[in-house]
Design a protein around this ligand. Structure first.
Ligand code: NAI
Length: 464
């Protein structure tokens, strides 16, 4: 029986990062993973493969829409779907192998198989029981469906995000249930590949919780790209034949029932924590009312020596939030001061244009009754964006009315997912719009739009 300082259960972004940091801090570490490859949902069937498909299809969009304008003449490329999927798989493989390399480099044992915790201090994998002074549950999440929608990724007609990454062919008609992150990213992929994409969403707006102006702008731009939106619609269920599906929904405004036909229905209505088979209930680990593992501020569960992080605990189900918790919990176990600032966790949607946000929205501040100022700058005033057909969108900076301290930012536009980080750093330092505005930004870059939004909080932007 092997003895460890730490055994991490799950090798997704939360688990593998926790394992690496534990090892770096001198703790004898193992990580249990039942998949064939490391990296969890994110690397295998989530963030990474979807980014490969988004990249490939964005290139197609550029070829179809912008090449001729730039003097690049010739027929637009045709799509070899199997080759595109092979490219996506190569991207996945090189990333998952990268984690395997990092495990070897840091002398972390990969315990292959599905783990459970028969008692505190013990982790069972297959028939073997390993001892660990500390156990970190980083078991992630799985897609959650709706009643009346039976997911069958093998059949490929009613699918979840995993099935949507690997459809046998590009559908002619696709219905996306849920206008959240997954629905819009995967909907964009198939719309660019020529599918007729209809998004059916329960709420009256897309991307719940995001800044209202960003929601409206994104919906308008995606509509321009050919996506159709049916909002305020409660999906009742779907029937699948071998090759088609019929979806039924009710419009909330008048309770009228409607049906839609499609070749594929993608169900993207959220995810739930995955803790099945770990034996947490028998162990006495307390769960919250929302079905995630309950932890204290240092990721300790109700059972001594058992910690939990990532999608298995409360908070946004984001890879980078899990990574931060992974590093922090390792530091706590090693006797250091691990910390995560939950007020500064960016969120990104990798549509085109990208959407990124951090901190408070105007809607939240109004509800809190806090006085704020908004500085906004359109990418139409940004020379670099205009040069590359990326003038749609804006940067919106929200600051405290009296102190000028940055409270949040909401960006829709080119490279929004990268631009957001200068605002994150500013917020981490308790910085102001003036701090951002006084920082020299290279020209011509998209990031000048962030500075202009900061200038808009003061004496005004230059290029608007
Ligand atoms: P989500 O929570 O982002 O969106 C689900 C949507 O489904 C919501 O708009 C909701 O109102 C709608 N919905 C729920 N029930 C419905 C019904 N009966 N009829 C119609 N619409 C209904 O969930 P999503 O997109 O499945 O993503 C799951 C998780 O994965 C999220 O936490 C997300 O943050 C994360 N993720 C993050 C990515 C990123 O950071 N770029 C990429 C992909 C996933």
């Amino acid at each position: 029986m092997a003895q460890y300082d730490v055994i991490v259960i799950g090798a997704g972004p939360g688990g593998y990062v926790a394992a690496i940091r534990c090892a770096q801090l001198g703790l004898k570490t193992a990580c249990v993973e039942g998949r064939e490859t490391l990296g969890g949902t994110c690397l295998n069937v989530g963030c990474i493969p979807s980014k490969a498909l988004l990249h490939a299809t964005h290139q197609l969009h550029e070829a179809e829409h912008n090449f001729a304008t730039m003097g690049l003449k010739g027929k637009s490329p045709s799509v070899d779907w199997n080759q595109m999927k092979a490219y996506k798989q190569d991207v996945v493989d090189s990333n998952t192998k990268g984690i395997e390399f990092l495990f070897k480099k840091n002398k972390i044992d990969w315990l292959k198989g599905w783990g459970s915790i028969p008692e505190a201090g013990k982790v069972k994998v297959g028939d073997e029981v390993h001892e660990a002074k500390n156990i970190i549950v980083a078991s992630g999440s799985v897609p959650s469906s709706l009643p009346g929608l039976t997911i069958d990724n093998e059949a490929g007609v009613i699918v979840d995000s995993t099935g949507a990454l690997d459809l046998p062919k590009v559908p002619k008609k696709m219905i996306v249930v849920g206008a959240g992150v997954i629905g819009l990213e995967m909907g964009s992929v198939y719309a660019r590949l020529g599918a007729e994409v209809t998004v059916v969403e329960f709420l009256d707006q897309i991307t719940p919780g995001m800044d209202g102006e960003v929601q409206k702008t994104l919906q308008k731009l995606l509509k321009k790209q050919g996506m159709t939106f049916i909002l305020g619609a409660a999906v009742q269920g779907a029937e699948a034949t071998k090759t088609k599906a019929k979806l039924t929904y009710k419009l909330k405004k008048d309770d009228s029932e409607h049906t839609l036909d499609a070749d594929v229905v993608l169900v993207a209505t959220g995810r739930r924590a995955f803790t099945d088979g770990l034996g947490l209930k028998e162990l006495g680990v307390e769960m919250t009312e929302r079905g995630v593992v309950k932890t204290d501020a240092h990721w300790a569960t109700s059972v001594k020596g058992v910690y939990a992080i990532g999608d298995a605990v409360a908070g946004p189900m984001l890879a980078h939030k899990a990574e931060d918790e992974g590093m922090a919990v390792a530091e706590v176990i090693a006797g250091k001061a691990g910390h995560v600032n939950y007020d500064v966790i960016p969120g990104v949607i990798y549509t085109h244009p990208e959407v990124a946000s951090v901190g408070k929205t105007e809607e939240q501040l109004k509800e809190e009754g806090r006085a704020y100022k908004v500085g906004k700058f359109s990418f139409m005033g940004n020379a670099r964006a205009k040069a590359v057909f990326a003038g749609d969108g804006f940067v919106k900076l929200i600051v405290d009315k009296d102190t000028d301290r940055v409270l949040g930012a909401h960006i829709i536009g080119p490279a929004a997912g990268d631009l957001i980080h200068e605002v994150c750093v500013t917020m981490e330092y308790g910085g102001s719009a003036e701090d951002l505005a006084l920082t020299c930004h290279a020209h011509p870059t998209f990031s000048e739009a962030v500075r202009e939004a900061a200038l808009a909080c003061g004496d005004g932007p230059i290029h608007m």
